[in-house]
Design a protein around this ligand. Structure first.
Ligand code: ZN
Length: 170
């Protein structure tokens, strides 16, 4: 649930640069994104939306089960009555600065199983030296899967992130 991989830390900076150019986008697209993290996330969130629009990436919802029901995440989404795009926009991405969850070195974001709140750690974002484009998007995809009910350990955080990369790109 918590991503604290060093490469995640590294990757986050890339998206910062990426999102700077996208900062002019209206916030109406992302009403549930905390203004304190919106500039850093906007570009990555748009990338997530693009990736989720591809069937091979959306297939993640069939790869993983909801820990609460032992049924595919796709069923949880179906029961919600929302499309995957609508679900993404319904998740609250909030600034987690000062919260204990953000105290871990390199923790980019975290959430709880089935939670519609993803805490983003802005300081980790800002300190990221060399980003890999797309990684921030994949971190957000990883957390969105948790919001749909995906548990962790098992599958391991690394396993989830690798599958996201295979399905959705780097
Ligand atoms: Zn996780």
């Amino acid at each position: 649930m918590r991503l604290s991989l060093p490469h995640v830390l590294l990757a986050a900076a890339g998206s910062l640069a990426l999102s700077a150019s996208a900062a002019s986008a209206g916030d109406s697209d992302w009403p549930n994104v905390d203004p304190r993290v919106a500039p850093a996330l906007r570009g990555a969130l748009r990338q997530v939306a693009t990736r989720f629009s591809r069937p091979e990436c959306a297939a993640l919802l069939h790869d993983f089960d909801d820990a609460r029901t032992d049924r595919p995440l796709a069923e949880t989404l179906c029961r919600s009555g929302l499309s995957l795009q609508a679900w993404l926009r319904s998740v609250h991405f909030l600034a987690g600065e000062g919260r204990s969850g953000c105290s871990g070195r390199g923790t980019f974001a975290y959430t709880a199983v089935g939670s519609k709140v993803v805490w983003v750690c802005p300081l980790t974002l800002e300190k990221s030296p060399r980003p890999r484009p797309g990684l921030t998007a994949n971190v957000l995809i990883h957390e969105t899967l948790h919001s749909l009910g995906l548990g962790e350990d098992p599958p391991s955080s690394e396993e989830i992130s690798l599958r996201v990369e295979v399905r959705c790109g780097r």
